[in-house]
Design a protein around this ligand. Structure first.
Ligand code: SF4
Length: 365
């Protein structure tokens, strides 16, 4: 059986290299070829001995998920739809800004958590992505975005993706065993060399796994909050019935002991008439009083079959002003890539239907 090297962190790659009878330093060399230079052809790994290249050709592959579609928005946002097998697909979105490039990646095909306002939640759960599929999204994006010649790929400092957020399809912490090796690769200097501050795990609030992440691989943490009371959060995010607000916020405070940033980002989707009132803003400020926080307001993106509507611009502005005045740094997410359905909340929107259609079309072709 061949091993997909995209899924091996430093320790696993050393074990693989030992298994094929090679010295440990080969693991670092190989990691640089695979991730830093994004090379998938072992024959082109010019500083590896010929015998090793032959062994690798026999025993390994470098295989990212298959791209079903690749769309670019007028604002530069780029979205890939990737095959997750059995008629399912996941999405990866690149959002360029003046001083950084953020890649939003998926960790599961579907999601078990069924949040009321989320298109992914409405699709149900298919499966966890493997480490190779998670890292493969970064590998693919770097490869597609870097318009460089083979030699230029060796130049350092030409990183196009500067930030990664695990905020696409799925709940990252419920795929912990595959996500953590992927995070380690993102941080590894021989792979992607991103700082812990530039890699963000976004969770709906799986309390025991927030604690585990803090102990094992503390990267920046974002929490999908979306409500200021247990009653409302129970309704919008059923996971709250298991880990209510008090427990979630206590876990956030514990996380800050080891976090690379001295605040937690709280995501708050603005749903008209549901969670966007003045009293909600007041409750939110009170709730976060003891947790060093930043709040990111997300204008809701409507999709068919849901009764929610986006809060008006004016309501979002007032909500934001209230929080900022209360001393909580609050930003409003810009809606990006609307022409390719890449805006937040639509990340996996209608993917399954569209994917099935695409796959059917491909079969027909
Ligand atoms: S918001 Fe996140 S956790 Fe909730 S259903 Fe959607 S993908 Fe899952």
């Amino acid at each position: 059986m061949t091993t997909n090297l995209l899924g091996l962190d430093a320790q696993a790659l050393e074990a693989f290299v030992a298994k094929i009878g090679e010295k440990p330093f080969r693991a670092k060399q190989l990691m640089r070829w695979v991730h830093r230079y994004r090379e998938s052809c072992f024959t082109d790994m010019s500083d590896l001995a010929k015998t090793l290249r032959e062994k690798l050709t026999e025993a390994a592959v470098v295989a990212a998920p298959r791209v079903i579609s690749d769309g670019s928005s007028e604002d530069g946002t780029r979205k890939w739809l990737l095959d997750a097998g059995n008629g399912n697909a996941v999405e990866t979105v690149f959002i360029p800004e003046a001083n950084r490039g953020t890649l939003c990646i998926s960790t599961q095909a579907g999601c078990t958590l069924a949040c009321e306002f989320c298109s992914t939640g409405k699709q149900g759960f298919n499966r966890n992505l493997t480490t190779a599929e998670i890292v493969g999204q970064l590998w693919l994006a770097n490869r597609a975005l870097a318009v460089m010649s083979h030699d230029e790929r060796f130049a350092l400092g030409k990183r196009v993706v500067t930030n990664v957020v695990l905020m696409g399809m799925g709940e990252p912490l419920l795929n912990y065993d595959n996500v953590v090796p992927a995070l380690r690769l993102m941080l590894d200097d021989n792979a992607y060399g991103l700082s812990r501050r530039r890699v963000t795990v976004s969770t709906s609030g799986i309390v025991p796994l927030i604690d585990r992440l803090r102990d094992e691989c503390p990267v920046a943490l974002a929490v999908s909050l979306h409500a200021t009371s247990d009653a409302l959060r129970d309704r919008l995010m059923p996971i709250n019935r298991k880990y209510p607000l008090r427990e979630l916020l206590a876990a956030c405070v514990r996380y800050l002991d080891r976090a690379p940033r001295d605040f937690i980002t709280f995501e708050y989707v603005m749903l008209s008439g549901v969670n966007d009132g003045e009293h909600h803003a007041r409750e939110l400020a009170a709730l976060l009083a003891e947790v060093p926080s930043k709040v990111n307001l997300i204008p809701f993106n409507a999709f068919p079959g849901l009764e929610f509507e986006r809060s008006s611009r004016e309501v979002i502005r007032r909500f934001s002003d209230f929080l900022n005045t209360a001393g909580i740094v609050t930003t409003t997410r810009k809606t990006r890539g609307e022409d390719i359905d890449a805006a937040c909340g639509q990340l996996a929107g209608q993917v399954q239907d569209r994917t099935r259609r695409l796959i059917r079309m491909e079969k027909v072709a």
